[in-house]
Design a protein around this ligand. Structure first.
Ligand code: DQQ
Length: 498
């Protein structure tokens, strides 16, 4: 058995640099320093939520990935725990990539992808009951190679669950020339795995890389869960992140039915209208039965800017996922987020007219709007706007019947020409009378928007200190607006201890 060791590192210079960065969020979870990507191993144990995550403590670059670890009683205030998995001589020498945590009887067990020499294979580690110390299996990897006779584009990331006496596992992959897939395996003990076959295979020739529904040539971070009541009305959801040749495109999900060894899809949906800005999500069922999901908010600035800033990557706020009436899923920030609300800055009912009105200023805000948009009407919400409009990020909703087109215009979000300014958007549901609930969470460079249960996540990097204005306008649109300033979630410890 190889005991995991937690490295000693002195990131104080990085911590100071990261803390000084105006783009660093204050109420989203970020790594203490260095690089963060996917959420991993989500679980709730004895009332405490555990968030593991892909972490490079040494530098804000995707290299020699460890498993960071934080714990929380409320999903919002996180306390850093020692690093859970560190690359070591053997099958994960180049990184401990994404995976999940399950309970093998009383034994907490992590299945993750060990990376060595450019390829990943499934590995196992077992933990102490407090989930703090982890020991890697001596016999890792537990699957020696991808299924034989199949030319795979990649092979990694895990979704594991118990079915009767048997464990089942999905591993994300892709079949060259066909499309992304999730390979299904079975095991009596989480170590000896029998390959069953592909649960479902996508078609990478349908659409192309510019299509927001393109399913890619490989599926990262597959996540299968049941939603709705355990009766005939339930359906199953298969989430994956569409990847192609090193490019992280976007997260999608199939709704449908998992039965036997196959998933029969009913429809394909976008998980988040922000595309790559909500990537590699993982979900968990908490002790109260809620389905909670976290995702990785990738950077939209060049790698060199992240290196200069000393940190990279934001974890989304926790989302509660429920069944929507049309077979899709409804996403909303967990109610725990409301506890971060500080002073209520605005509470009003009004009519939005053509002239933009500045309703509030800030970059750590929670906005709740109830809009009633007339047929064909438009609402425009400018965020992080400078007084002279040189910088501003514009959200727009245009209603057509029981739908609205939601768009995010970042063409003037930043005077820095190096940051991503491409538009984001898609279709959201609206009530028959044009009513729609909008929630906007602004946290420096992190932006999470929810419209009628559909999220749009993005990153923005205004350069000017006065990029704080929030302005509303519309085609005579009744609005009820509530705005709160948000409190910072200062770390309980500065950095993971040795
Ligand atoms: N990130 C991990 C992989 C996963 C990818 C490596 C998705 O396991 O496929 O850090 O962001």
């Amino acid at each position: 058995m190889t005991s995991t060791t937690t490295p000693t590192f002195v990131p104080s210079a990085l911590i100071a640099r990261a803390a000084a960065d105006p783009h660093r969020p204050v109420y989203h979870f970020t790594a203490p320093t260095g690089w963060l990507n996917d959420p991993n191993g989500l679980t709730q144990r004895a009332g405490e939520y555990h968030l593991f995550y892909q972490f490079n403590p040494y530098a804000p670059i995707h290299d020699r990935i460890h498993w960071g670890h934080a714990v929380s009683t409320d999903l919002i205030h996180w306390r850093d725990l020692p690093i859970a998995l560190t690359p070591s001589d053997g099958p994960d020498v180049d990184g401990c990539w994404s995976g999940v945590l399950v309970y093998d009887g009383a034994t907490p067990t992590i299945l993750y992808s060990g990376r060595r020499e450019g390829r990943e294979l499934p590995c196992v580690a077992t933990g102490t009951s407090d989930l703090v110390e982890w020991t890697k299996d001596a016999d890792n990897p537990v699957v020696a190679a991808p299924p034989s006779g199949v030319e795979v584009t990649a092979f990694r990331d895990h979704c594991v669950w118990r079915e009767g006496d048997t464990w089942r596992q999905l591993i994300g992959s892709g079949i060259r020339g066909q499309g992304g897939t999730a390979f299904l395996y079975e095991s009596p003990d989480l170590r000896a795995w029998t390959y069953i076959g592909p649960l479902l295979v996508g078609d990478s020739t349908a659409g192309d890389a510019s299509d927001p529904n393109w399913t890619g040539t490989m599926w990262e971070c597959v996540d299968l869960f049941r939603i709705g009541d355990e009766d005939a009305a339930h359906h199953d959801i298969l989430v994956f992140s569409a990847w192609d040749d090193g490019v992280t495109h976007h997260s999608l999900y199939w709704s449908g039915r998992y039965e036997g060894d196959r998933f029969t899809p009913a429809a394909l949906h976008r998980l988040d209208l922000g595309g790559r800005y909500f990537y590699a999500p993982q979900s968990m069922r908490d002790e109260s039965g809620r389905r909670l999901m976290f995702g990785w908010l990738q950077e939209g600035r060049p790698d060199s800017a992240a290196v200069a800033a000393g940190w990279s990557g934001v974890m989304s706020l926790p989302r509660v996922v429920t069944a929507a009436p049309d077979g899709s899923i409804h996403q909303a920030p967990a109610p725990e987020v409301d506890a971060l609300r500080g002073e209520q800055l605005v509470s009003l009912s009004s009519l939005l007219g053509a002239m933009p009105v500045e309703v509030v200023r800030g970059d750590e805000l929670d906005l709740e709007l109830r809009l009633t948009i007339p047929e064909g009407g438009t609402v425009t919400i400018a965020l992080r706007a400078t007084d002279d409009d040189a910088e501003r990020t514009v959200l727009r909703l245009q209603r057509h019947g029981d739908r609205a087109e939601l768009s995010l215009d970042r063409s003037r979000s930043s005077l820095d020409s190096e940051v991503d300014s491409s538009p984001r958007g898609g279709v959201v549901p609206v009530d028959a009378d044009g009513g729609v609930d909008v929630r906007i969470l602004v946290d420096h460079s992190a932006l999470e928007v929810f419209v009628g249960g559909v999220p749009l996540t993005a990153r923005i990097y205004p350069t000017r200190q006065d990029a704080l204005g929030i302005r509303l306008s519309g085609d005579d649109v009744p609005v009820q607006l509530h705005v709160w300033s948000m409190r910072s979630v200062a770390r309980v410890t500065g950095a993971p201890a040795e």
